[in-house]
Design a protein around this ligand. Structure first.
Ligand code: BES
Ligand code: ZN
Ligand code: ZN
Length: 514
């Protein structure tokens, strides 16, 4: 897939004020009493221009703000971009990630070709420099991302590539920064890949083309294999849930299976086999229980859980992480039609449990239950699923946090930690027996909807029935899948949510066991 903006990331051993660049990016805290040493050094060469700007109150260093000061003959940079970091005590790695994203977005907007990042100067004391480098890498990709592959005049004035360098005169520090930056670039690229695939509409991405994309990812990566079950194989295996959801569409369903087997098998054998399971409904019209017309177009993003799994598999293969990970991506298009599944139908699922369909719009759980049971059968010890599963989760948490449910306290804690580290926010919600009770059917083992209340929790409780003894966590990312409007650090459209969270979870597992 072509990168819409080709970002090249590197480090450069150079003095801050001498560095020749279109944009030199520095951070400013809102509660700093005076300029920090880097900003004071630049300010002196700029004859007090930064100090005046701040004194006038035009720029206060508040979160989400930025200002440009133009360079002069005493400075290598043509522009100095001051990025607000908010209060110093509240700053986290996500503050830095967002600042890097904000800077990258501004740089793209002003059509800069080269950017020099010196944001780490404000963070290097509080955080490990490698983590700082990684946040810079992830943020740079995130902020420079745009999706315009179908805008036919998009070549007009478009910036083809952006060269971003983290600059630092101390070569020891630079080495540490570079380590993180390299990982950050891999993760950032994977997330941008996820965003583009997710932004593509339902007439372009349907189960067969998604499967082709997964095959392409596997071909391009080391130690990653991809197998795809088509309708015939799904029928042979008895995956009635995936088949039912896909039955109303001309585009037949698939189950995409990715396997990553690391070179370092000895290290990997001490860690559990992890399954990542992602919902990929390439378009969710609701089926016979059809959705209202307003905003139905957004349901092209109902594949983002599955795509997050694919992109995470790509990242971990490039990072060569020493852990065995399987990716399972059930994919179907949910449409009404003469051959659709219907309310009242009873479906035989892969593990033998029967499900009474009461609403064809609760289709995510119908495809996930087959994939989850299949992951259990493949002896995966830890199973994490990710899905745009319920509008109810969005009602509960808004568009700020994803729902996190599960059956294992340690796994929940690990995902909460990964969430803090990655800046992809989650909130723990219940999914226990009282919710499972609501999912019992009078005429089958289960039904696919509960009562009016607690829809995110009953959906998770349904999934829990297919987990057996495995450790399991569920991420409901409805609401987190997209930005409905551009923000200061993101383009509109798919957010790629989950790629950083899941990759960080896996990286943390490895570092913990070292
Ligand atoms: N894909 C939707 C959930 C969704 C809604 C994702 C809004 C993103 C934004 C899911 O398949 C769905 O339709 N769920 C139903 C379940 C209900 C019928 C029990 C819902 O949330 O209304
Ligand atoms: Zn639905
Ligand atoms: Zn759906």
């Amino acid at each position: 897939m072509k990168q819409i903006i080709n970002v090249r990331l590197n480090t450069r051993n150079v003095d801050f004020s001498r560095c020749k660049t279109d944009v030199l990016v520095v951070g400013v805290f809102s509660d700093a009493k005076k300029l920090d040493s880097l900003n004071a050094q630049l300010d002196k060469k700029l004859a007090g221009a930064i100090g005046r700007l701040i004194k006038l109150g035009d720029f206060k260093g508040a979160d989400k703000t930025s200002a440009i000061v133009y360079g002069n003959e005493k400075i290598g940079a043509r522009r100095i971009l001051l990025v607000g970091l908010g209060e110093k005590d509240k700053a986290t790695l996500d503050t830095l990630r967002k600042a890097a994203a904000n800077a990258a977005k501004k740089s793209v907007e002003i059509k800069a070709k080269t950017v020099a990042l010196a944001l780490h100067k404000a963070f290097g004391k509080k955080f490990d420099l490698s983590a700082v480098g990684r946040a810079c890498g992830e943020g740079t990709y995130f902020g420079s991302y745009i999706y315009d592959e179908y805008v036919t005049d998009s070549q007009n004035g478009r910036l083809g590539s952006l060269k971003v360098e983290v600059i630092e005169p101390d070569s020891g520090k630079l080495r540490q920064l570079k380590k993180g930056l390299t990982a950050g670039a891999i993760i950032g690229r994977a997330q941008s890949y996820a965003r583009t695939l997710a932004n593509r509409p339902g007439n372009v991405i349907y189960p067969a083309t998604l499967a082709a994309a997964a095959k392409e990812v596997a071909r391009g990566a080391k130690r990653l294999s991809c197998t795809v079950f088509d309708k015939k194989q799904l029928t042979e295996k008895g995956m009635g849930g995936i088949l039912a959801v896909g039955s109303g569409s001309q585009h037949e369903p698939r189950l995409i299976i990715l396997k990553y087997s690391p070179a370092n098998n000895k290290a990997a054998s001490k860690l559990p086999v992890v399954a990542l399971v992602g919902k990929a409904v390439t378009f969710d019209s609701g089926g016979i229980s059809i959705k209202p017309a307003a905003n139905m177009d957004e349901m092209k993003l109902d594949k983002t859980g599955g795509i997050a799994v694919l992109a995470t598999m790509k990242a971990l293969a490039e990072l060569e992480l020493p852990i065995r990970v399987y990716g399972f991506i059930p994919s179907a298009e949910n449409l009404p039609g003469g051959s659709s599944y219907r309310p009242g139908d009873i479906i035989n699922t892969f593990c033998g449990k029967t499900v009474e369909v009461q609403n064809t719009d609760a289709e995510g759980r119908m495809i996930l239950c087959d994939a989850l049971a299949y992951a259990v059968k493949q002896k995966c010890e830890v199973i994490i699923d990710i899905a745009t599963l319920t509008g109810a989760c969005m009602v509960a948490l808004g568009k700020h946090k994803a729902g996190l449910m599960g059956n294992d306290d340690e796994l929940i804690r690990q995902l909460q930690k990964a969430s803090e580290d990655s800046g992809e926010k989650v909130w723990h919600m219940p999914s226990g027996d009282e919710y499972a009770e609501e999912m019992k059917s009078k005429i089958a083992d289960l039904k696919n909807i509960g009562s009016r209340w607690g829809g995110a929790c009953t959906a998770a409780a349904f999934l829990r029935q297919f987990i057996g003894d495995a450790k399991w966590a569920h991420l409901d990312i409805a609401g987190m899948d997209q930005f409905q409007n551009p923000t200061e650090y993101s383009a509109v459209g798919s957010s790629g949510f989950g790629v950083r969270l899941m990759t960080t979870y896996l990286m943390n597992l490895i570092n913990r066991k070292k």
